[in-house]
Design a protein around this ligand. Structure first.
Ligand SMILES: Cc1ncc(COP(=O)(O)O)c(C=O)c1O
Length: 431
């Protein structure tokens, strides 16, 4: 780390909570500026970005189409609060309702995924009159008290106060299923666990089942195709609604479809969005069926929810994805990336699993020829990729899953460049 970055890091640590940590341990990246697929640090190094600030810069840094619309809007009116009407908020809600599956029709805007999930839980509880929430182990839902309670990674559950009405059931995590089992057996195990948790820890009535279609922070865990179809009737029988947390999987990320849950042929009752919906402008959005939205009665308010500049960014981002057919690009470039990752898996015995959909691909790193997680080698892999000029992320309960998520408008050439760097990094950490 150069003196410049070291000085900034020292100043940072003097005035920010120690909980605000960075990737790359003692050698964090200090970002200077970014454009499209690249980020430059204050040392002048350029990196190809395959993480997008946690799947948030969905169509490239400082994307001209989005930036121009934000600048226009900031000059026109920057803030109104929801106490006044704006054309833009209505336009975004109309767009989301038109693209959302089934009867999802009414939006509530906030500023983050945590808030979007809070709103969803509140609406589900008011609609059903029930309190219990069933969530999946390995979930990540955010950092408010309820979102942290839904989160099922010990490391992210800091709050000493936990929502007592949240229960966790087995996640459909095929690679870490107990014993050697088929996908069908795993689904049966998950169904059994769901039924048992319901029967033993609740009065049989629930407000909601909340799940990420593909678990993000959990390490890009893709459920077996039939999983959600088997769980849905249990949710309905218990009087609950299904909340699909699309914070990572929404807006084309999984390829071919707008929303991750559509990959599993399910219509949720509520969906939540944030991250990639506005290409980096702070946003949260909860969309629900009219009757669920109707049930959220009384005074509730979000000062910055539906902020005009954020709405301009969201509308431009969604239009850009639509106009450039990025759902197809995500599927095709995702397949191209996946082929390279599978080749690496065949070569390196420490790559235990490659999984994901579209431009959301995970690589689980283990002790060679075992399933024992290897977080040290995972961190070394990330560092090696950085040394070669590529930024990727990591996650998973044990910190041993590489998360690779290029922008939705990534080119075939950039995938090749990224794959070459990943191959170099894989070789660097092989011994
Ligand atoms: C699936 C999922 N839901 C919710 C959240 C919380 O979003 P935020 O950090 O914007 O509050 C995250 C954040 O990583 C997430 O990945």
């Amino acid at each position: 780390m150069s003196q410049k970055t070291a000085d900034l890091k020292a100043r940072h640590d003097a005035v920010l909570f120690p909980a605000v940590t960075q990737y790359y341990g003692d050698s964090p990246i200090a970002v200077d500026h970014a454009k499209d697929q690249y980020i430059w640090d204050i040392e002048g190094n350029r990196y190809l970005d395959f993480f997008g600030g946690v799947l948030t810069v969905s169509i490239g840094h400082a994307n001209d189409y989005v930036t121009e619309r934000m600048i226009e809007q900031i000059k026109r009116v920057q803030h109104t609060s929801t106490l006044y009407l704006t054309e833009l908020m209505v336009q975004v809600a109309e767009k989301v309702a038109a693209l959302a599956p089934g009867r999802l029709q009414k939006c509530y805007f906030t500023n983050s995924g945590s808030e979007a999930n809070e709103t969803a839980i509140l609406a589900a509880r008011m609609y059903t009159g029930n309190n219990t929430i069933i969530a999946l182990r390995h979930a990540y839902s955010g950092r408010t008290t309820t979102a942290m309670s839904i989160t099922a990674h010990g490391t992210w559950r800091l709050s000493p106060v936990i929502d007592p009405e949240v229960r966790h059931v087995r996640a459909p995590y095929a690679y870490r299923a107990p014993f050697e089992m088929t996908e069908e057996q795993l689904i049966e195990l998950c169904v059994q666990d769901f039924e048992e948790v319901l029967a033993t820890t609740t009065n049989g009535k629930i407000a909601a089942f909340i799940a990420e279609p593909i678990q993000g922070v959990g390490g890009f865990v893709v459920p077996p195709q039939a999983y959600f179809k088997r769980i849905m009737p249990l949710v309905k029988e218990a009087g609950g609604v299904f909340i699909a947390d699309e914070v990572q999987t929404g807006w084309g990320r999984t390829g071919s479809k707008w929303f991750g849950i559509e990959q599993f042929g399910i219509e949720p009752d509520i969906m939540t969005f944030a991250k990639g919906m506005a290409n980096g402008a702070p946003i949260g959005c909860t969309i629900a069926t009219p009757e669920i939205a109707e049930a959220l009665q009384g005074m509730t308010f979000s000062t910055f929810g539906g902020n005009p500049v954020t709405m301009a960014a969201a509308l431009a981002t969604i239009e850009y994805i639509e106009q450039n057919d990025l759902l197809t690009n995500a599927a095709e470039r995702g397949q191209q990336l996946r082929t390279h990752l599978e080749a690496l898996q065949a070569e390196f015995p420490y790559i235990g699993d490659v999984r994901g959909m579209g431009l959301m691909q995970g690589v689980e790193i283990v002790q060679p020829n075992t399933k024992t997680p290897d977080p040290a080698r995972t961190a070394a892999f990330m560092n090696a990729a950085r040394q070669h000029g590529l930024l990727i992320g990591k996650g998973g309960l044990y910190g041993n899953v590489l998360r690779i998520a290029p922008h939705l408008n990534v080119s075939a050439e950039d995938i090749e460049t990224g794959a070459q760097i990943l191959a170099k990094a894989a070789a660097d950490v092989a011994n």
